[in-house]
Design a protein around this ligand. Structure first.
Ligand code: SF4
Length: 324
C-alpha cells in the first residue's frame, strides 16, 4: 500500500463538548490506484486529509490512529520532515487553490518562487522548461507563463493549480473538491487530462467529492463516508452496481441519470446527526428505512462481504475481515 489509514480518528474540541468528525476509519490505496471518497457535506472527507497532512492544529483536535505513507506514519513525523514530503511526494489541490496565487505577480514568477522552495538552486530556464512540459499535459498554452492570474479563466486557473501540484512528480495527488466549481465540460476535460497524466507518471490519486459522477468517471475504487464513519468501500463496479449499504443506495438515488426511464429523485430524508452526541448504534439509523432495534443499539462493524468489498451494516452479518 502507498497510503494506509488505520483506525483513524479526529475529534474536535468544541467548548465543553467533543465532536467526533472522523471515527475509526481504516482504508488503503495501492500505488498507481485511484480512490474517490464520497459523502455529503460534513461527513468528514476533508477532515481526514487535513488531519493526515498536519493541517489541523492539535490544540483544537485529538488525532489518533495511523496514516502510513510508503511505510512511515505521517502523524508521527516532525513538522520539518513532513514539510519535506509535502509537494515533493504528496501534493494536494483544493477547490479554490487558484485563489492562493498572488494577483500582482506573473504566473512564471510565482512558479519560480514555489519551485525554489524545494530546489533553491534551479535556474529560470530549468523551471520554465518544467512548467511548459506540464502545461502541455493539461492543455495550457505557453503564453500563460507570462500572464497574471486575473487574465485566466476558472478552468485555466484550476489546470494551473494541478500543474503546480505536479511540479515535483509526487507519488500521491489528493484532489479535494478540485473540480467542483467548474462547469461540467471543463470538469470532464480536466478529469480526462488527469487520467492521461496518471498513466505516464505512475501517480496515485485520492479524489474527495460529493459528486458521484466525478468518482465513477475517474476512479477505480470508492469509499462512502457518513458522519465520519466508513459505510462502504469497494471498486466502482461493486459500490455502484452491487452496493450493500442503505446510505450508498440513498446517495445513488439522489443523483439524476440522463439515461433509462425517467425516475423521481428520492434523496435521503433527514440530516446528519449531531456529532457531539451521535446515535448509540448505527450512525445512519435515524435516516435508514431498514433500521431495527439492533441497529439503534449496536454499532455495526466494517466487514468484507466479497473480495475487496466492505460495508458496515447489520443487514449483511458481521463475519470476516474488518479492514478496507
Ligand atoms: Fe440501516 Fe441498520 Fe444497516 Fe444502519 S445497520 S444502515 S440502520 S440497516
Amino acid at each position: 500500500m502507498l497510503l494506509e489509514l488505520q483506525d483513524f480518528c479526529v475529534t474536535y474540541h468544541t467548548g465543553k463538548k467533543k465532536l467526533k468528525a472522523v471515527d475509526h476509519v481504516s482504508f488503503g490505496i495501492e500505488r498507481g490506484d485511484t480512490l474517490g471518497i464520497i459523502g455529503e457535506s460534513g461527513s468528514g472527507k476533508s477532515t481526514i486529509v487535513m488531519a493526515m497532512l498536519h493541517q489541523i492544529d492539535k490544540r483544537f483536535a485529538d488525532i489518533s490512529g495511523k496514516a502510513m505513507f510508503d511505510g512511515q506514519d505521517l502523524l508521527s513525523l516532525p513538522k520539518d520532515e513532513f514539510n519535506r514530503l509535502l509537494w515533493k511526494r504528496i501534493a494536494i489541490v483544493f477547490q479554490k487553490s487558484m485563489n492562493s496565487l498572488s494577483p500582482v505577480h506573473r504566473i512564471g514568477t510565482q512558479f519560480e518562487d514555489i519551485y525554489r522552495v524545494h530546489q533553491p538552486h534551479a535556474s529560470k530556464q530549468e523551471i520554465k522548461a518544467r512548467a511548459l512540459e506540464l502545461f502541455e499535459l493539461v492543455n495550457l498554452p505557453e503564453r500563460v507563463y507570462s500572464l497574471y492570474p486575473h487574465e485566466l479563466s476558472g478552468g485555466m486557473m484550476q489546470r494551473l493549480s494541478i500543474v503546480l501540484s505536479l511540479m515535483f512528480n509526487p507519488d500521491l495527488l489528493i484532489m479535494d473538491e478540485a473540480t467542483t466549481a467548474l462547469d461540467v465540460v471543463t470538469q470532464g476535460q480536466i478529469l480526462n487530462e488527469i487520467m492521461k497524466l496518471e498513466e505516464g507518471m505512475n501517480l496515485t490519486r485520492v479524489m474527495i467529492t460529493h459528486d458521484l459522477s466525478v468518482v465513477t468517471s475517474s476512479c477505480r475504487k470508492i469509499m462512502v463516508l457518513y458522519a465520519g464513519q466508513m459505510m462502504e468501500f469497494g471498486t466502482v463496479e461493486q459500490v455502484i452496481n452491487e452496493h450493500l449499504h442503505p446510505y450508498t443506495e440513498g446517495l445513488i438515488r439522489s443523483f439524476p441519470s440522463l439515461y433509462g426511464e425517467k425516475q423521481a429523485l428520492r434523496g435521503i430524508p433527514g440530516t446528519l446527526p449531531d456529532l457531539t452526541d451521535p446515535p448509540k448504534g448505527c450512525v445512519f439509523a435515524p435516516r435508514c428505512p431498514h433500521a431495527t432495534d439492533k441497529c439503534r443499539n449496536v454499532r455495526p462493524c466494517v466487514t468484507e462481504h466479497a473480495a475487496g468489498h466492505f460495508a458496515a451494516c447489520h443487514l449483511y452479518g458481521e463475519e470476516a475481515n474488518t479492514n478496507a
